[in-house]
Ligand binder design. Structure first.
Ligand code: ADP
Length: 353
C-alpha cells in the first residue's frame, strides 16, 4: 500500500509532473536540482537529512557529484557520509542515485538513508555477541563439572552433587536457547500484518495457568481478577508470552507465601494489564535498564531462578510491535507492578466472571 508523501517546492522553477508521481511511488527521498545548482524540489524527508540549507545544497561532496553528472551525463550511484547536524560527531550514510534528466537541465537525486539499516545491523551484532557470552557460561560450567565427575568417580556423593549441578546448567542452557528462539521468532514477524482478534481475559487465564506449577512450588498465590474483557488485534501467542514473562518474574523475584495479582483496566481505548508482586523490588537506578536484553539487577539471583535476562526485552518487543508499551513501578522490599498497555480493537463491555 502506498501512502502519499507530502511534497514541498523550494523554488518557483517548473517542476515536471512526473516528479510528484515518483515521490509517491518510491521509498527514496527525491531532490531535484535545476540550473545553477539550485534545488527546485525536495520531498519532505530531505529536510531531516541535513543536505540543504537556505535553498542551497549544503554538502560540498554532493555539489561536486551534481556538477560531475551534469558535465558527463553519466549517472552516479554511490554512498555519501554526511553529518547529522551542525554539531556533534553523529553521521549518517546516504545511498545516492544521481541522474541527469534528458532534454532538461535538471539533475534528479534519489536518496535513501542507510543509517536505520545500519542500526538494526549493529543491534543484531551486539545481540549475537551477548548471546555468545551468555552461552559460554553454562557450557563452561558443564565442561568443568564433567571433568569433576570424572575425577570423583570413586566418590558417589560427589558424583551426585556434580551431576545435579550439571542438570541445573543443562536446564539453564535449554531455557536460554528457548528464549533466543522466542526472541528471533518475534523479530522476524510483524504481529499486526497477520492479526487476530484476541481476548485479553483468555490470554491472562492461559498465562496464569502456565505459571501455576512454579507458583505452587514457591507457595505463591496468583490471583487474577476478571474484569470487562477487551479485544486486542494482534498475535495471541506473543501477548500470552509477554504476560507469562511478567507473571513468572513476579513469582521468581518474590519471597515464599506472598501474593501476585493480575488485574486489567480499560480506559480511553487502552487495556492495561497490571502484574503486581510483593517481592524484592527494583532499585530506581536499574528501572530504566531492565528492559534491555541480558540486563539483570542481580545476575546471581536471576541465574538461581533460571532467568535468562531476556524476559522483559521480549515483553517490551511484543508491546511495541502491538502499538502499546510497558512500564514499571517498583520499590525495593515493597514490590513491583509491571503494566502492559495495548490498544483495544473492540470492547465487549461484558463482565464474564
Ligand atoms: P530474567 O530472566 O533475569 O528474569 P528479565 O528480562 O525478565 O530477565 O528481567 C530483567 C531483570 O529485571 C531481572 O534479572 C530482575 O533483576 C529484574 N526484575 C524483573 N522482574 C522483576 C520483579 N517482578 N521483581 C523484581 N525484579 C524484577
Amino acid at each position: 500500500m502506498w501512502f502519499r508523501k507530502e511534497v514541498s517546492e523550494t523554488h518557483n522553477s517548473p517542476v515536471p509532473d512526473f516528479i510528484f508521481d515518483l515521490v509517491n511511488h518510491l521509498d527514496e527521498d527525491v531532490l531535484l536540482i535545476g540550473p545553477g545548482d539550485k534545488p527546485i524540489f525536495s520531498s519532505n524527508g530531505i529536510e531531516s537529512l541535513n543536505v540543504l540549507r537556505d535553498g542551497r545544497v549544503l554538502t560540498p561532496e554532493l555539489s561536486a557529484i551534481v556538477r560531475a553528472v551534469r558535465r558527463t551525463r553519466n549517472p552516479h550511484n554511490g554512498k555519501l557520509e554526511i553529518a547529522r547536524g551542525p554539531i556533534g560527531e553523529g553521521t549518517r550514510e546516504l545511498t545516492l542515485k544521481v541522474v541527469a534528466l534528458e532534454d532538461e537541465d535538471l539533475i534528479l537525486i534519489l536518496i535513501s538513508d542507510e543509517s536505520e539499516a545500519q542500526r538494526v545491523h549493529e543491534v543484531r551484532r551486539d545481540f549475537v555477541a551477548n548471546i555468545s557470552h551468555e552461552l559460554k557460561t553454562p557450557i563452561g560450567a558443564l565442561s568443568l563439572l564433567s571433568e569433576a565427575v570424572l575425577s570423583a568417580k570413586e566418590d558417589p556423593e560427589s558424583v551426585t552433587k556434580f551431576a545435579s549441578r550439571m542438570q541445573h546448567e543443562a536446564k539453564r542452557l535449554t531455557d536460554l536457547v528457548q528464549e533466543i528462539i522466542n526472541l528471533s521468532r518475534l523479530q522476524d514477524s510483524d504481529p499486526l500484518s497477520v492479526a487476530d482478534e484476541v481476548s485479553i481475559d483468555d490470554i491472562i487465564q492461559v498465562a496464569v495457568d502456565q505459571c501455576q506449577t512454579i507458583a505452587q512450588a514457591r507457595k505463591i498465590e496468583v490471583a487474577f481478577t476478571r474484569a470487562p474483557d477487551a479485544i486486542v488485534l494482534g498475535d495471541g501467542e506473543q501477548i500470552t508470552m509477554a504476560v507469562h514473562n511478567l507473571i513468572e518474574n513476579a513469582i521468581n523475584y518474590s519471597p515464599e507465601n506472598t501474593k501476585v495479582s493480575v488485574t486489567t483496566e480499560i480506559e480511553d481505548g487502552i487495556v492495561q494489564i497490571s502484574v503486581t508482586d510483593q517481592g524484592i523490588g527494583i532499585p530506581e537506578s536499574d528501572q530504566a535498564r531492565i528492559f534491555e536484553r541480558f540486563y539483570r539487577v542481580d545476575p546471581a539471583r536471576s541465574r538461581e531462578t533460571g532467568g535468562t535476562g531476556l524476559g522483559l526485552s521480549i515483553v517490551k518487543h511484543v508491546a511495541t510491535k502491538h502499538g502499546g508499551d510497558v512500564s514499571v513501578w517498583s520499590a525495593p522490599a515493597v514490590g513491583s507492578t509491571f503494566a502492559l498497555r495495548l490498544p483495544i480493537y473492540s470492547n465487549t463491555g461484558e463482565t464474564n466472571s
